[in-house]
Write a new protein. Sequence first.
Length: 374
Amino acid sequence: MTDESPTKRTLLELQKQPGNDKCADCGRTDPAWADVNFGIFICIDCSGIHRGLGTHISKVKSLQLDQWTEENVQKMSEFGNIRSNAILEARVPLCWKRPNPFDSLVCRDQWIRAKYERKEFTIEAIDSDKLYLSGLKKGFLHKKKKIDNVWQNRFFVLDKDTLSYYKKLADPHPVETIPIGEVNVTLQGQTGHPNGMQITALIKGKSRNIFVYAEHGHDIMSWFCAIRAARLNYFRLKFPGRPEEQCQSMLSRDFVKTGYLHKTPANKPKFQKRYFVLDLKRLMYYEKPTDPFPLGEIVLGSPSEGFSVDETAPPELGGGENAFVLNTPTRTFPLLAETSDEKISWLAVIRSSIESPPNPCDDSSVSGITYGTE
């Protein structure tokens, strides 16, 4: 039964105030939990991470299910999300990614631990303790082999210009070296590991995926932040005088959308299931989500260049109501979604990408290019 005491009513009114109506950590709307020690309102997902910090750091309570004392509510009134975040997020480095409600668990977990446990973002925090800020890092990560689902220990080296990895620490030459300007990194990749990270890059104009994971969440987040810091340094040199806040969105990006679609190979009517990834204006398709290279890529251009989507496909293809068509200057791609909702979602993001102007800071897209093996 809901407690309608004056104390509880005051608490629920506090939760409706601007700033308190969203989770203090990930921004999810209508948070139903709180951390009394910090006087903040949080969502159920972030509350579980707070609880894992231990009661010496966090005291988690449900707004509806737990009993609240006047002292508890007074603490919430004195702080709240805006005031608490002004203290605990006073100096968030640009290389840190603020989590959103859809981010991976490791992203939200490490943000919360850095913010409340290690207090890395306060005025008093010492930058020399944050080694990732240099954009330099060395260490071992587990890397997936290209041809099968085997993970091997590899030594990675991040310097100011490149990201490389070696089979062994003592090897004189790396297996692969990627210019830092071509690197993207996301914690939402398909590694299948809670501390996984997907590194993507353009190698000679074609996409390359490298899947890695670390034993500990703190280590993978350190790599993630270090790569973003290295890219920040790269953009400082490439765009001198540009406000650094404008460069922050360029440090890394999550994919616009991922998921399965069925497509027809060139000159063949039969649909085949493929894993699709839309990254900015680059649409890629794979046989498996963890393949190192796509079977094909489409760099989406503008409508004036001959790019468009049709909401229906020719009946003779047999795709039914969930089929649609992507038109490019050189080829037509019949596509089939698995549900009507997925069709609507894919149509929306592809159409938006086609209609969006190219990002002048993105060197990866040359519109009108399509290539692939099927």
